[in-house]
Design a protein around this ligand. Structure first.
Ligand code: 9MR
Length: 548
């Protein structure tokens, strides 16, 4: 055999579920068959590889292997010619570790409390920012100061942004509502574990509590809390404290309205008073947004250089807020605003913070607990299944078996956001093909992709290691913080300049390979709360259905 594991066999490096789909990709090898070897190197399965031709997005000649019918748990490698893959597992708890780490990563991003060794092990760190008595930027049009503690750092930077907070918590609240058993109390080892509330709701509450502090007295919501510029690669406790409350926008208010409404519904059984508070905040934010429907945060003010999350098309945000408020209150005023749009469900790829929030609204409307009349649910269901089917046919046509072939900033999360549509279609129809489709998307981020990396830190044989994440860089520990999904291939490569300044360049500029595991690559190797959210969803979903 070749001495080292082969980079040309692209597998899910964590492993495959016993009854699940088991597909891998071979890049640029002429061989026509593959063998599955058990731990003693005995051949236990042998099949032909399927030729897929050359993929223009990666420039590779691709063949596909499928050993789905083999299901015996254990540790295996795949052999093609004299190439042998990394070792991987077949088992039913493949996603347990991934899902727990993916959600636990949010604890590590908490802003206003020390991250303690008993919960974080070697990733313990000092408290970052109190965010008490922060001044307003002129764009917020407000005097005085604001206490706005808590929440999660957005990404590799130390900002907190309402828009991204909304989409990230929205996706995970949706999981928590559909699969209340996915992260029960005591599953995560976070400070609130043991309080009789599912750990996922404890973790999300840390962010929602912060979002509530961003509401102005008139119901509107401020846009973000950041310094004027991004800071250097220092620990949170060393980072500048002169943060400002910046902007006030319709989009921020609508994200607060949607999340407040979801939270009110989902926390009612555990924290009824809190649920009430969330609903009041949501209704106030909604009223403000309807009175001020075009207060866009269209771009950063000139002196502000942090993330803009700018959006001037708020149709999705209005739909989302209306849907959640309807699902929570059943009121006709909200129903009237959504009823003509029930058949509009679609996947707008790219930038879930801008484009995917109405999708969450549809998920809330169509789920079992939703008060929407059955005939209306049917309208959404038909459309959702139609979209899932079209994505599934795209997936079949792409050699790596993913439903997208457009790779922009955060593309890894686009794959997983699409996977959530398959998950929803599975929930509605129980057709196995959708479960398989989710599986294959998940394989992609764990190594079955054109870069050969597992894009989830802490998981897989060839993991993303040098992530653009200030604490991971500054903490002096080789390993990055675990459980994070990096942005992934991004053919726009907006960070070429920063990379060049540090002596790096992308090894390939082909779209599916435009990724580099180096710290300065903020456009392909950063982590972000809105990208991890669909990872939490998809791994939570697959773990829930691990023996189907
Ligand atoms: O995810 C965001 C991407 O869609 C935008 O194109 C990009 C540039 O505006 O910003 C990304 O979000 C970053 C945010 O602005 C600041 N925190 C880190 C985010 C992930 O890179």
């Amino acid at each position: 055999y070749a001495q080292n594991p082969s980079e040309q066999i692209r597998i899910n490096q964590v492993g495959y579920l016993e009854k699940g789909e088991k597909i891998f990709v071979v890049s640029d090898l002429p061989d026509k068959i593959f063998e599955l070897l058990d731990e003693s190197k005995k051949v236990v399965f042998k099949r032909n590889l399927e030729e897929k031709g050359v993929w223009d997005k990666s420039g590779e000649k691709v063949t596909l292997g499928n050993f789905s019918t083999y299901s015996k748990p254990g540790k295996y490698t795949i052999k093609v010619g004299n190439h042998v893959s990394y070792a991987f597992e077949i088992g039913n708890d493949i996603y347990r570790g991934v899902k727990n780490a993916a959600l636990k990563s949010y604890y590590l991003q908490r802003i206003s409390m020390p991250i303690e060794e008993q919960y974080a092990g070697i990733f313990k760190r000092e408290k970052g920012h109190d965010d008490i008595g922060l001044l307003f930027h002129s764009s917020a049009n407000k005097s005085g100061s604001l206490d706005t503690p808590g929440g999660w750092y957005d990404a590799g930077d130390y900002g907190k942004y309402m828009i991204n907070a909304g989409i990230a918590t929205g996706i995970m609240l949706s999981l928590a509502e559909n699969y209340p058993d996915a992260f029960p109390d005591n599953s995560l080892n976070i400070p609130e574990s043991g309080n009789n509330i599912p750990d996922i709701l404890d973790e999300l509450k840390y962010e929602i509590d912060w979002m509530l502090t961003m509401q102005d007295e008139d119901g509107g919501a401020f846009v973000k809390v950041t310094t004027l510029n991004f800071c250097g690669m220092v620990m949170p406790s060393e980072a500048p404290k002169d943060r400002l409350v910046i902007g006030k926008s319709t989009a921020a208010a609508l994200h607060l309205a949607a999340i407040g409404a979801m939270a009110s519904r989902i926390y009612t059984p555990y924290l009824p008073e809190y649920a009430n508070k969330c609903l009041l905040a949501a209704e106030k934010a909604w009223e403000w947004a309807n009175k001020n429907p075009t207060k866009y945060y269209a771009q950063n003010p000139e002196d502000v250089k942090t993330g803009p999350y700018n959006d001037t098309d708020l149709n999705e945000e209005f739909f989302w807020a209306n849907s959640e408020l309807y699902a929570t209150t059943k009121k006709g005023i909200y129903y009237n605003k959504i009823k003509s749009k029930l058949s509009h469900f679609t996947l707008r790829l790219e930038e879930n913070w801008r484009n995917y929030n109405d999708n969450i609204g549809y998920y809330s409307l169509v789920n079992k607990k939703s008060p929407l009349p059955e005939n209306d649910k049917k309208v959404i269901e038909n459309r959702l299944v139609f979209v899932a089917d079209s994505l599934a046919s795209v997936q079949k046509s792409i050699p790596y078996q993913i439903p997208i072939d457009h790779f922009v900033w955060g593309s890894n999360s686009d794959v997983l956001d699409a996977a959530i549509i398959f998950a929803q279609a599975y929930e509605l129809t129980k057709r196995p093909k959708y479960l398989k489709a989710v599986n294959e998307c998940s394989d992609y981020v764990l190594g079955k992709n054109a870069t050969g990396y597992s894009f989830v830190t802490g998981f897989g044989s060839k993991q993303a290691m040098r992530i653009h994440h200030r604490p991971s860089v500054a903490d002096g520990i080789d390993a990055p913080y675990p459980g994070f999904l990096v942005g992934g291939p991004n053919f726009h490569m907006q960070d070429k300049g920063s990379l060049a300044a540090s002596g790096f360049s992308y090894a390939s500029e082909l779209p599916a390979k435009s990724y580099i595991d180096e710290i300065p690559s903020f456009a392909s190797n950063e982590i972000c709360i809105n990208w991890n959210a669909p990872l939490v969803y998809v791994s939570g979903f697959l773990d829930h259905y691990n023996d189907q």
